[in-house]
Every structure is written in C-alpha cells, then in structure tokens.
Design a protein around this ligand. Structure first.
Ligand SMILES: Nc1ncnc2c1ncn2[C@@H]1O[C@H](COP(=O)(O)OP(=O)(O)OP(=O)(O)O)[C@@H](O)[C@H]1O
Ligand SMILES: [Mg+2]
Length: 210
C-alpha cells in the first residue's frame, strides 16, 4: 500500500480538493483506494458522506484522529487497499507531523502567488528535514503562462514541482458538491484532463507504472 499525504501550512491551497479528486482518479484506474481525513474541518469526510448518499461506497473515506493513524493504516493494509491518501489541516501541528512520518510521498498544493509560495517553503523544509519525498503542485492557477512559470521556477529552488498544473475551474467545487471527483463529474472536461495528468505523474513518482 502506498501512502500519499496532502500537506501545506496554508489554508485553502487545494489539499482537500486534490485529495478526493486524486482518490477518484486512482479508483477510476482500478486501484483500491482509501482516504483518511485528519482535518477537524472534515472537508473530505463530508464529501465522502455526499458520495455515499449517491450510492457510491468507494473509496472508503474515514475521519481519523492523528493518534489513530498507525492503527488505521494497519487495518487498511490488511483490507488490501492499494493507495491511501491522507488529508491534513492547513496548519503546523503535531497531528500533521504524525501524518508526514507515516507517509511514502507528500504533495504540497500551492497557489501561484508570492504569499502562498513563500508560505509553503517552511512546509518543504520540514519534509526535507524528515527525509520525506515530496513535490509541489501548482493549484487554482489562473493568469498568464509566464506567471505560472515564474512561480514554478521559484518553487524549484526548494523542491520538485509536479509536471501538471491544476487550474482554477468550476468543475472542482461542482464535483465536490456532487460527491464526485472531476474525472467522474465531467470526464471530458479540462479539469478531468489536467487531473489525470497529475495522477499519472504522481503514480510514476510513487513507483507505479503509467
Ligand atoms: N482548482 C480549483 N478551482 C476552483 N476552485 C477550487 C480549486 N481547488 C479548490 N477550490 C476551492 O477552493 C476552496 C479551498 O479548497 P480546499 O478546501 O481544497 O483547500 P484546503 O487546502 O483543503 O483548505 P483548508 O486548509 O481550509 O483545509 C474550496 O472552496 C474549493 O472548492
Ligand atoms: Mg482542507
């Protein structure tokens, strides 16, 4: 079982949205997927409840206190889960540190603004200190390609940047409303296309085959 944690010491960067969208994309490719939501806001857990209301039993979405992580991960492994995504709150806390410790790979969503890119440098430093492999992913992008390239170049000084950018698109909140990932909500849309690219890149990064 591979474990990916979405982490960023910055609220609203897109952690929860990418957690459920990546989970749905991975499941769409036949993986057995689970999500552990360690954020007290329970954004992804509530998405999972809406999804259950639509009769979709998978992926398994559980609310999880950070101190329960080790036990929950053991259970998921025993259940034959291939991929577990962990969502975390946008703060620095002992709980986030616990999630990072148990993870194979971390993804840091970051909006391409100066305030947001500066805020996640500290997140990257902590991951490097703990020897956790990670990458940034540009999230909620809008504006010119030059602006995005500048943001990516700035981040590259602190770590790898995913080879797919996520843009600001209505499909993301609309899919959330519907308890779906963007690849399910609008499979031929631009959001689904970029999300599939991100998943393919991430899958390779964690040692899977495209
Ligand atoms: N690519 C996107 N395009 C448009 N809206 C988006 C996108 N990604 C996220 N959003 C919206 O931005 C808001 C914040 O996103 P999200 O909840 O995923 O961030 P977060 O990092 O989990 O926030 P928090 O730190 O509060 O947990 C939500 O309303 C979400 O629907
Ligand atoms: Mg969140």
């Amino acid at each position: 079982m591979r474990i990916i944690t979405l982490v960023a010491q910055k609220g609203g960067s897109g952690k929860s949205t990418l957690t459920f969208c990546l989970a749905a994309a991975a499941e769409g490719e036949g993986m057995r997927v689970a999500i552990l939501d360690t954020d007290p806001q329970r954004t992804v857990f509530k998405w999972g409840q809406r999804r259950l209301g639509e009769g979709r039993q998978t992926p398994l979405v559980q609310a999880c206190e950070p101190h329960q992580l080790a036990e929950e991960l053991k259970t998921l492994l025993a259940q034959g889960i291939d991929l577990c995504l962990i969502d975390t709150p946008g703060t620095h806390s002992v709980g986030v540190a616990l999630a990072i410790e148990r993870t194979d790979y971390c993804l840091i969503p970051v909006k391409p603004t100066i305030a947001d890119t500066q805020a996640v440098i500290e997140t990257a430093r902590q991951l490097r200190d703990r020897k956790r492999p990670f990458a940034f992913v540009l999230s909620q992008c809008s504006g010119s390609t030059a602006r995005l390239n500048d943001a990516a170049a700035g981040l590259l000084r602190h770590g790898e940047v995913a080879a797919a950018n996520i843009h600001h698109r209505v499909d993301y909140p609309d899919a959330d409303n519907a308890g779906l990932g963007v690849t399910e909500y609008n499979p031929n849309g631009a959001a689904a296309k970029e999300l599939k690219l991100l998943w393919a890149w991430l899958h390779r990064a964690i040692g899977g085959h495209a």
